[in-house]
Design a protein around this ligand. Sequence first.
Ligand code: GCB
Ligand code: CA
Length: 882
Amino acid sequence: MKKTYTTPLFRLLIVSIHLFLLSLAANAQRDIKTINDGWRFLKKDITEAAQLSTDDKLWERVTIPHTWNSDAYTDKKYYRGVGWYRKNIYLGEDYKDKQLFIRFDAANTVASVYVNGNFIGEHKGGYTSFTFDITPYCFIGKENQISVKVDNSLTDVPPVSGDFTFFGGIYRDAWLITTPKQHFDLSDFGSNGVFIDTKDVSAIAAFYTVRGAIRNDESQVKKIQVIHTIKDPQGNVVKTDKSTVSLQPNAKNEFSYEGKIEKPQLWSPENPNLYAIETVILDAKSKETLDKVSNNTGFRWYKFDGKEGFFLNGKPYKLNGICRHQDQKPIGNALTDEMHRRDIQMIKEMGINFIRISHYPQDDAILEQCDKLGLLAWEEIPIIDIVPEDANYTENCENMLREMIRQHYNHPSIIMWGYMNEILLVTQRKFQGEALKVATDRALILANRLEKVLKSEDRYRPSVMAFHGSDSYNKAGFNSIVDVVGWNLYQGWYSDDFTGFERFLREQQKQHPDNPKIVSEYGAGSDKRIHSLTPKRFDFSMEYQQEYIEHYLSVIEKEAYVSGATYWNFIDFGSALRDESMPRINNKGLVYSDRTPKDVYFLFKAFYRKDIPVLHIASQDWQKRTGVSKAGESCIQPLKVYSNLSEIELFQNGKSLGMKKCGNHTASWEVPFIAGENFFTAKGVFDGKPIETALSVSFNSIPEILDNENLESLELAINAGSTSFYTSSESGLTWLPDREYTTGSWGYIGGKPYQTQGEIIGSADNPLYQSLRESPDRYRFDVPEGRYEVELSFSDIFTPKEKVVYDLSEGTQITIENENIFDIVINGKVVESKMNPSKNSGFYGLEKKRFIIEVGDQNCIEIKFISFSGKSFVNTLKVRKL
Ligand code: GCB
Ligand code: CA
């Protein structure tokens, strides 16, 4: 008889009963799912938008993450206003007797949430998460209607100013969270309700606290068990602790647990050892799991020192960092989690160990990856340029600071919190005298208030602010409020030459030796279409950005008191107010907006990676080169290699150009480029192993002396007033740097270069027309007889544009006395009289004119610009034999 108990069928039955019970227990737990799909969207405000009866069938279908501001890549005045989102959610019977929460990881800037027509709550601030308990407003066994109004036009919420686009919309994940009636507190500033303090950490032991609050949303006392389990990085349970608690009805019940780990496996960027702390509550009677929160933690200790820099786990440690904005063209800020993760992956790959999450809190996916892959982090709230006189604003700042800290508190990667960036920049532009003092005091009062909040929220992490390169912050006393002083330094970009960088730092060190210092920004813009053999500040050439970074990296490495630096910015990011070479984009990135690395990405990698060979021919951004040469001669141009190998040999089409030592992780050769393909290989040795890389560069040789043969297929194009080559990404044509005429050749005679950063209206080739030759006497091309097409372009860029907030230069303002009117004379004939580009096409408008010319035995094309009023000028010239 007994034997029957062991029949396979019976055993199967026992197993399935078991599974059934298990699934019951699992069902009782917290349930988290995204509700990103199936939204309807309307880009305007209507009063009845949240009403149940409103028909949204004609609204646009969208998926979250979503922004309505792809217009910000083309339009300075991108849409800032209201957008409505609506979605239906069916809640089945299994949602009965549960608590229901809706969570948005971010909606920029202000969001109002409605459920079934009922207003649930409002959240201010576009970069932090928020969770609302929607239980009382939900219908079980029915469709439920969620409406969210989002507004990115409000001015009492930070940021009110800043060099980046304030993309509007629900641009991070949306979630539905379901819990039993007893659960961790989800309404604590968007946190998960459990906080882990890692307080006293050393190699011998780590002390930590797990604290938080449990809500009982039932009207009777509930006896529960709280279980804390900590697992080591290998997944072994190190410790479990249980306690029984009676939860008060309809109340928040706080708890706190102290733990200690012997000989912790320390967390660092090199060894990101994560412990997992699971906090579980069970029904004390049925042992059914009610809620569970799992947090990763890492044990590390660190300090900032004014004289010696930063220390991690007891050792000096240079913070080799970058700053990261969060957008990508054309999707704005609505990135998916995998796109965020890709960024951290690329940053880590570059050898970076520190990230400034600027200028606002970012997606949880970022923080999760910083913990896992090992990146120290500074996170901040966007109080930028100026503090407006508005009590709501300061209130919102405080709230946002608490949210950021509580939401990201448990991440071991975070080592400091920031709350102000260049707060005196616009302040000092806008106000003078007594008014400036009042505005500065307003910022000081807010800083003092936020510093207190920060310390009350987090006793273990230091605070930081970023100043612009002016001593006025010290004079006003900001440096004595924060723990760490960040300097945004752009010497050699917005001002003077780049050696001003070390002079500034050294002076600061002399004056304020006790302030821990970090270079919170440095950077130079670059545009792949622009190249230069004589790079200059603000020319946006790839080559200037390279030189700038080469210099800065060497200084940062050498100055021991500098805790580290964060390059501005990892990406070319959206800044709708910017003009410059790429309107709407700040192009200081180490990678393009689509995340293709620029050559300088590999310079960082060469500096910071020690564990793997880095060998990169730094002409990836310039694979189609152009130069001017005499017939049959090669053209000498430099070619650089970025590497962490000590010596490198470079070969061109199989022939050695010699071995070079790698100084400052750079080696450079003067290369005789030949017309056509130039195939380069760079070779060296790393750790005893041979390493090799290759790159092909095609070279277009432009003749210095024009003859019938070389004119055949030539389009001779000149970027007047510029020292840069410019290649149009539309046509592929390269415009040569301006060049002085010599007998028998071609170029300008007289005049001077002029350049601006204003946006050219109606052209994708902005940089080409942002420079011109002012009052040239003439351009001359010595050419054989024949028919030619001459193209000239004109854009009157002499009017001053309004100075934009981020421009840190002193700047000279130009005043217009006379309209610029001139005649164009080609080979003695007036081809255009009283040319007035600004009148005809407006300032920054573009005029292009083509003339068909017969050249006779004078054997030249001579173009004169004869001023009638004001200045004469020309922006580009092109000559083609027909
Ligand atoms: C700064 C600002 C940053 C700008 C940057 C720049 O100092 O902090 O927001 O984007 O300069 O590129 O001008
Ligand atoms: Ca996300």
